[in-house]
Write a protein that binds this ligand. Structure first.
Ligand SMILES: [Mg+2]
Ligand SMILES: [Zn+2]
Length: 238
């Protein structure tokens, strides 16, 4: 019996099980299961991108998917991307609807994605805050800030460098870039100001979700993630 085992009163036989997989494990719980490696994700804006933009809508009956969104999301999920919706919902701060109303609409949205696209949303994150009078975020989550994407990445072990943000405004593109992802503008008329900056320059501007899926599928690996051959030891060359 070793010193620690005798200190806590374990026999050698009981001690032999501590820390092993299987068998009696009196002290240590299994660590929570984690995927072996980080997964890429598609971060999806909701209004004007996933569904038609109906300002401050929480009525499930008014949910209309944007053209080909279901087909594209099905293909992207099949290609191994997690699907995460990130949405600014300042209607909450403005008192235009409640969390409960939003949650009911979210349930219908998730059920319809399951039925019509055959996909499961990994998560939906929302910013409930309002911007200031000049439209600037007053929190760390409202897009163009990256808070929701970063939180989702921690929560779901997302590989941000291999992930994409898809949205109908340059604020979405900027949020994606601030999180370390690439950004695609789905130009459905949501962007009206076109305020330019390097952070707001999309990888692609697409008119349709099928073009979005195609742009993602055919994009080269992000810089720094190329597969290089293992370094050769000089002696191995002889
Ligand atoms: Mg939008
Ligand atoms: Zn916020």
């Amino acid at each position: 019996m070793n010193a620690f085992a005798s200190l806590v009163g374990l026999t050698t036989r009981a001690w032999a099980h501590v820390g092993r997989t299987g068998g009696a494990r009196p002290f240590f719980d299994d660590p929570p299961p984690r995927p072996a490696s980080k997964q890429p994700a598609i971060f999806i804006d909701k209004d004007g991108t996933l569904v038609e933009n109906v300002p401050y809508n929480v009525d499930p009956a008014l949910l209309r998917f944007m053209p080909n969104a279901c087909e594209a999301l099905h293909a992207l999920a099949a290609a191994g991307y997690l699907l995460v919706v990130v949405t600014n919902q300042s209607g909450l701060a403005r008192g235009l609807f409640t969390r409960r109303q939003f949650a009911q609409m979210q349930l219908v949205l998730e059920r319809r994605l399951r039925r019509e696209a055959g996909v499961e949303l990994t998560d939906l994150l929302l910013c409930p805050h309002a911007p200031d009078e000049r439209g600037r975020p007053t929190c760390l989550c409202r897009k163009p800030s990256a808070g929701m994407l970063l939180r989702a990445a921690l929560r779901h072990r997302i590989d941000l460098a291999r992930s994409w943000m898809v949205g109908d405004t340059l604020d979405d593109v900027e949020a994606g870039h601030r999180a370390g992802c690439r950004g695609i503008l789905l130009d459905s008329g949501g962007e009206t100001l076109w305020r330019a900056s390097p952070l707001r320059r999309p990888h692609a501007v697409c008119a349709d979700w099928l073009d979005v899926a195609q742009a993602i599928r055919t994009a080269p690996a992000p810089a720094g993630l190329g597969v290089s051959p293992p370094p050769q030891h000089p002696q191995a060359l002889r």
